[in-house]
Design a protein around this ligand. Structure first.
Ligand code: B12
Ligand code: SF4
Length: 476
C-alpha cells in the first residue's frame, strides 16, 4: 500500500489565494508513488476540529506544511503569522507521531528561526518538488536523510542547512492541478494561479525572492504552461495571475508564452495579470500581451527618483518609467506602478518628487507602500546590521531583533515625524493611489482580510485585487 502524505495549508488570509505550491507538490509526490491528501485550513473556522476529525480516521507517514507568508509585510498592521503556525504545529504534535516538515516562500526566507520558534526539526528551503518526495521516501525506508538537497535540520541546539538543488523546469512534467480546490479559490479569490519560471538574477536590496527561488532564471516550456492553463480553463477558471516574480524577465520567454496562448486560440478566452519589470518593455510586447489576454500589469517601480532607484539596487531610471507609462497609455494597457517608499536615503523631497512624477505619468493605479520590511539574507539586512546596534538604529521600526524574524521595517529617519501623514498630504485624496493601511477601505491594498475585495469577488468581480479595487472605484 502506498505511504500517505498529508499536505496542510494554514494560510487564512482573505481574499483567498490558491496554495499553488501544494498543487505542485502533490503532483510531484504522486509521481513518486505516494498517496496524497490535503487539509486546507484556509476556509476552516476551527483548525483543531479539522485536525481531530482528520486523524480520527487517518494515519499518515509525514505532514508537509506550506508557509507562504511569514507576515503581511505591512508597516501599519504588522500582522505576524508564525505564532498561528506554531499553534497548528503544536496541536498536530499532540495528535500524531507523523513527521512534520515545513516549506514555502515565507519559510525559505528564515527557515532556522521558524523551525526554532515552532520547536520543529525539519524543513526544506527553496523548491520542494525534488527534495520533498526524496526526504519522505528516505523516512519511509528508514534511511539517513541528512543529505537531501535544501534540507534544514536540527543538530543539537542549532540547525544545518544543505545547499538546494535547483530543478530544470523544462524537464518537469506539467503539474496536475487536482489536489487543491481550484474552483473554490476562483469563486472566493477571483483568479487562478500559475508559474512560468523561477529565479531572478537582479540584486534589489530588499528583495527576498531570490532567496527561495535562486538567482538563475529557470524557464518552463511554454507548451507545459499553456497545458496547465487549459486544464484550469476546463474547470471554469478564466482569470489568472502569473506567479513569477517578474513575468517579462526574460522578455523572449514571456513572448513565447503569449504566442503559445494565441496559437491555441485562448487569447480571447482568458484574461491574465502579471508582475513585470518596467524594463525591458516595448510597444511590440505590449501588443502581444494584449492579444494573449493581458488585462493588467503591476510594475514594481519602487521610486521615481534616480538616487532612490540606485540605492534600492534597481537597474532602471526615471526615464524608463516615463517610457513604459507612455507605451501602456498608447496601447491602452491597464497598469499599476507599485512604490516602496521610505528606504535608505528617502527624504521628504524625494518622496514629494516621486508622488508628483506618479501623478504626471498617471498609471491606472499607484501602490504607495511606506516602510520596507527587512528580510534576513537580503542586502538591506546586511546594510542595517553594519549601521550598528539594532536597538539604537533610528531607521528601524517593529521588532528589534538581529534576525529580523518578527516584522521589522526600515523607515528613513530623514523623513522625520509624521511620514505617513506627509505621504497622505502629497497624495491628497487622489483616487488613483492605494496605501498599505486599513484606514481608507477603498484605497487599502493590503490584501489581508480585505472585506471590500471579498465582497466584490462574492458579487462576481474577477481579476487581480488591485484591478478589482480600481474597477470598484471607477464603477466598472
Ligand atoms: C504572485 C504573488 C502574489 C499574488 C498571488 C496571485 C495568485 N493568484 O496566486 C498576490 C498579488 C495576490 C499576492 C498577495 C500577497 N502576497 Co504575494 N507573492 C506572489 C509571488 C510572486 C508568487 C507566489 C507563488 O504562487 N509562487 C509559486 C509557488 C509555486 O511557489 P512557492 O509558494 O514558493 O512554493 C514552492 C516552494 O516554496 C516550496 N514549498 C512551498 N510549500 C512547501 C511546503 C513544504 C513542506 C516543502 C518541503 C516545500 C514547499 O515548493 C514549492 C514549489 O517549488 C510570491 C514571491 C514568489 N516568487 O514566490 C509573493 C509572496 C509570497 N507574497 C508575499 C506577500 C507578503 C503577499 C501579501 C501578504 C501582501 C499583502 N499584504 O497583501 C499577500 C498575501 C495574499 C494571501 N492570501 O496569501 C511575500 C511573502 C513574504 C513573507 N515573508 O511573508 C512574497 C514571498 C513576496 C516577497 N518576497 O515579499 N502575492
Ligand atoms: S524586486 Fe523583482 S527584479 Fe528585484 S530582485 Fe526581486 S524579483 Fe528580482
Amino acid at each position: 500500500m502506498a505511504e500517505k502524505v498529508l499536505l496542510i495549508n494554514p494560510n487564512q488570509m482573505k481574499p483567498a489565494v490558491t496554495p499553488l505550491a501544494l498543487d505542485y507538490l502533490a503532483s510531484a509526490l504522486g509521481e513518486s508513488g505516494f498517496e496524497v491528501e490535503l487539509l486546507d485550513l484556509c476556509f476552516s473556522e476551527d483548525f483543531a476540529r479539522e485536525i481531530v476529525r482528520y486523524f480520527a480516521s487517518n494515519s499518515v507517514l509525514a505532514i508537509a506544511i506550506t508557509l507562504r507568508n511569514t507576515d503581511d509585510t505591512c508597516f501599519a498592521t504588522r500582522d505576524f503569522f508564525v505564532p498561528r503556525l506554531k499553534e497548528i504545529t503544536d496541536y498536530l504534535k499532540a495528535q500524531t507521531y507523523a513527521t512534520l516538515i515545513l516549506g514555502g516562500s515565507g519559510f525559505s526566507i528564515m527557515p532556522e528561526a521558524i523551525l526554532d520558534y515552532c520547536g520543529l526539526d525539519l524543513g526544506i528551503w527553496g523548491e520542494g518538488e525534488y527534495s520533498l518526495p526524496l526526504l519522505i521516501g528516505k523516512i519511509a525506508a528508514g534511511e539517513d536523510y541528512n543529505d537531501v538537497p535544501g534540507l534544514v535540520y536540527r543538530v543539537e541546539k542549532s540547525f544545518q542547512r544543505n545547499p538546494p538543488r535547483y530543478l530544470d523546469l523544462k524537464k518537469m512534467p506539467a503539474p496536475e492541478r487536482n489536489a487543491v480546490d481550484n474552483r473554490r479559490y476562483f469563486s472566493e479569490g477571483g483568479m487562478g494561479s500559475i508559474e512560468t519560471k523561477r529565479g531572478c538574477p537582479k540584486r534589489c536590496i530588499y528583495c527576498a525572492d531570490p532567496l527561495g527561488k535562486g538567482r538563475r532564471v529557470r524557464l518552463r516550456s511554454p507548451s507545459s504552461v499553456v497545458d496547465e492553463i487549459e486544464a484550469l480553463l476546463e474547470m471554469g477558471i478564466d482569470y489568472f495571475h502569473f506567479c513569477d516574480s517578474e513575468f517579462n524577465l526574460p522578455p523572449a520567454h514571456a513572448r513565447e508564452i503569449c504566442r503559445e496562448i494565441i496559437r491555441r486560440g485562448l487569447g480571447t478566452r482568458i484574461k491574465w495579470y502579471a508582475y513585470c519589470s518596467p524594463t525591458p518593455f516595448s510597444d511590440e510586447i505590449a501588443i502581444l500581451f494584449q492579444k494573449a489576454g493581458c488585462a493588467g500589469i503591476n510594475f514594481g517601480v519602487d521610486s521615481a527618483t534616480n538616487e532612490m532607484l540606485h540605492t534600492l539596487g534597481r537597474d532602471f531610471i526615471v526615464e524608463d518609467l516615463e517610457r513604459t507609462a507612455q507605451i501602456c497609455h498608447r496601447q491602452g494597457i491597464v497598469f499599476m506602478y507599485d512604490l516602496l517608499l521610505g528606504g535608505p536615503g528617502e527624504t521628504r523631497d524625494s518622496l514629494r518628487e516621486t508622488i508628483e512624477t506618479m501623478k504626471r505619468l498617471s498609471p491606472s493605479r499607484v501602490g504607495a507602500s511606506l516602510g520596507v520590511r527587512i528580510f534576513p539574507g537580503t542586502r538591506l539586512a546586511a546594510m542595517v546590521r553594519k549601521q550598528g546596534p539594532i536597538g539604537q538604529n533610528p531607521d528601524l521600526h517593529g521588532a528589534m531583533d538581529e534576525r529580523f524574524f518578527a516584522p521589522a521595517f526600515y523607515l528613513s529617519s530623514a523623513l522625520g515625524e509624521g511620514a505617513s501623514q506627509y505621504l497622505a498630504e502629497l497624495i491628497s485624496g487622489d483616487e488613483r493611489f492605494f496605501v498599505m493601511s486599513g484606514e481608507s477601505a477603498d484605497q487599502n491594498y493590503n490584501y489581508n482580510d480585505n472585506t471590500l475585495l471579498m465582497n466584490a469577488i462574492r458579487d462576481g468581480y474577477r481579476g487581480a485585487f488591485w484591478d478589482i479595487l480600481r474597477r470598484l472605484a471607477e464603477g466598472g
